[in-house]
Design a protein around this ligand. Structure first.
Ligand code: C2E
Ligand code: MG
Ligand code: MG
Length: 574
């Protein structure tokens, strides 16, 4: 039942209202003045107030202002009851916060209508408030759940990577030499592969349990990746001091884990980084520990590595190189040198190998050995390779136009380029742009590019060959060295790696190797190019073995196009 408070200095007026509302089911209360009205509010808890404007001492407008100023009653609707219908009075009431007016003498219908509608609005408002509060509570609860989800690893109940990073950010402000021990399981994928994810997950839980035993007071253990865990260690005076602890952690993995009725052996590699040594905290510390762990991995299973300055310097150098290479690409510092490929019987030039050089503004000419691996890792090699391809084709076209027809151009393709989705389109674009015939272009790929994904490699080489582009297998003998798979790849030429040519002496292993490669290539209908011919003896042996082509310092080093002595030929007699 709704409760109404009627405030009027004339008790008769209350009686009138009571009579008018008799048919409604309201609980009516009376207050004879403003002060009394305000004092009874907590007792009556009215849903609506009917307030007379003209009252001695505190008039209705003042009472209305005071009630509206109290937080608990501000929302309680107030209908002003007034004989004064001047605009000024009404405006004052409105300014005081009144919700509605009724003119005296009060008519029954008007009173009923206004009271009802005001109560209905008030009720709806209250429902809305309740609903809103519930909604806010739900949002709060859900946010808390999400935060937990974000901060806690659901599988092991350890802290998550996010949580570790947050904690690191806080601890780095608090000072003290912190350290991170970064652990990564060795070949964890094999477990998932052999036993399934269920067992893999159980194993991770057991590992977490076992690692927890090595938590020192105040330290933190988190799971930061699928099979990666991190200890945040507080107040570590020196790395040496921690070695016994590391030994204990590693020894913990000597016993098998009992999971799904099996004994599973699992080892970890550990990288440790100390804030003092890294010279940074927070995320950089985590990265340093990760890097040390990676170095440990390179040494084998169950190893640990402590981050040191040399690693820092190497990282820095590597980072500088990366940005330098990016810049070099933009500044067009990559240029192409050419090394002639010679027909060994006549010693005439049949073509060139395009070899990239980096014209560094300070360091001068830099060899590909120094930057190709970095280009490869960053993926920049795809763009740089395209630059070389275009320069080489452009140059070949010039030589052709100068009358040196019949020359071919060999261009190296890195593993990354060979795997690039745009390779075919890129090559076609360059050929179209430079006007070079596809059959005058030879792409040199390595065994590793072929072996990375053989099905794709075969398809791709076939695509290239169907466009009449030649394929050469570079550095043959250094990779998988399997003659057995050669017939599976549609290639035209084999390049014998310089390490074999270098040390060939009749009768020795290298000599026999070269001999076999040449014989087999001929059986398969492949042309052979010997790399790195430096001496007249090497040339002689290769000629005797029937090797048709070669390149090497004996004939010519790689040179810029302008220095290639095309006119003079290469008449180097053994
Ligand atoms: P590669 O394709 O096997 O190239 C032959 C390398 O042997 C070249 O080294 C060449 O200068 C060197 N060489 C030639 N004759 C002799 C010789 O008689 N004695 C000695 N000691 N060396 C000789 P370079 O130019 O330093 O290139 C090294 C490697 O870098 C290349 O080996 C190739 O794998 C890669 N490379 C070069 N240019 C490119 C390129 O444009 N793209 C890609 N992806 N790789 C390239
Ligand atoms: Mg090559
Ligand atoms: Mg080679």
């Amino acid at each position: 039942m709704f409760s109404l408070l009627i405030v009027d200095d004339e008790p008769d007026n209350f009686d009138v209202i009571e009579t008018l509302l008799i048919e409604e089911d309201y609980d009516l209360h009376y207050a004879a003045n403003g002060t009394e009205a305000i004092s009874v509010l907590p007792i009556i808890q009215p849903d609506l107030i009917l307030l007379d404007v003209m009252m001695p001492v505190l008039d209705g407008i003042e009472v209305c202002k005071r009630i509206k100023a109290m937080a608990e009653w501000a929302r309680t609707p107030i209908i002003m009851v007034t004989a004064l219908s001047s605009k000024d009075t009404l405006a004052e009431c409105l300014a005081a916060g009144a919700d509605d007016f009724i003119a005296k003498p009060v008519s029954r219908l008007e009173l009923m209508a206004r009271v009802r509608s005001m109560l209905r609005i008030h009720q709806q408002y209250q429902q809305l408030t309740v609903f809103n509060t519930q909604l806010e509570a739900m949002v709060e609860e859900r946010t808390a759940q999400l935060e937990t989800l974000l901060n806690v690893d659901s599988l092991t109940q350890l802290g998550s990577r996010v949580y570790l990073l947050d904690t690191l950010a806080e601890t780095s402000r608090s000072g003290g030499n912190h350290a991170i021990a970064y652990l990564d399981c060795d070949q964890f994928k094999l477990v998932n592969g052999a036993f399934g994810y269920g067992v893999g997950n159980e194993l991770l839980q057991s590992i977490a349990q076992r690692l927890k035993q090595h938590l020192r007071r105040g330290d933190l253990l988190c799971r930061v990746g699928e099979d990666e865990f991190c200890f945040l260690l507080h107040h570590v005076p020196s790395a040496d001091g921690l070695i016994p602890w590391i030994d204990e952690v590693m020894a913990g993995f000597l016993k098998p884990f009992q999971v799904a009725n099996c004994d599973i052996f699992m080892s970890v590699c550990l990288g440790l980084a100390l804030e003092d040594e890294v010279g940074a905290s927070g995320e950089a510390l985590l990265q340093a520990a990760d890097m040390a762990m990676y170095k440990a991995k390179l040494r084998g299973k169950g190893c640990y590595q402590i981050f040191n300055c040399a690693m820092k310097a190497a990282t820095l150098k590597r980072l500088t190189l990366e940005t330098d290479l990016q810049r070099a690409l933009e500044e067009q510092e990559f240029i192409t040198y050419y090394q002639p490929i010679i027909r060994l019987t006549t010693q005439e030039i049949v073509g060139f190998e395009a070899l990239v050089r980096w014209r560094h503004p300070e360091r001068g000419l830099v060899s590909p050995g120094e930057f190709i691996p970095c280009l490869e890792e960053t993926g920049l090699v795809v763009q740089v390779g395209l630059v070389v391809l275009e320069q080489a084709c452009q140059q070949l076209q010039e030589w052709h136009q100068q009358g040196y027809v019949g020359l071919m151009m060999s261009v190296n393709l890195s593993v990354r380029q060979f795997g690039s989705a745009t390779l075919l389109a890129d090559v076609e674009k360059v050929l179209a742009k430079t006007g070079v015939n596809p059959w005058d272009l030879k792409l040199e790929i390595t065994e590793s590019a072929l072996m990375e994904n053989t099905t794709m490699a075969i398809a791709l080489t076939e695509e290239l060959r169907s466009r009449q582009i030649h394929i050469s297998l570079d550095d043959f003998g250094t990779g998988y060295s399997s003659l057995g798979y050669l017939h599976r790849f549609p290639i035209d030429t084999l390049k014998i790696d310089r390490s074999f040519v270098n040390q060939m002496q009749p009768g020795n292993r290298n000599y026999q190797m070269v001999q076999t490669i040449i014989a087999l290539s001929h059986q398969l209908g492949l042309a052979v190019v010997a790399e790195g011919i430096e001496t007249p003896e090497q040339l002689k042996y290769l000629q005797e073995l029937g090797c048709e082509f070669g390149q090497g310092y004996l004939f010519c080093k790689p040179l810029p196009a302008s220095e290639i002595p095309l006119d003079s030929g290469f008449m180097i007699l053994p």
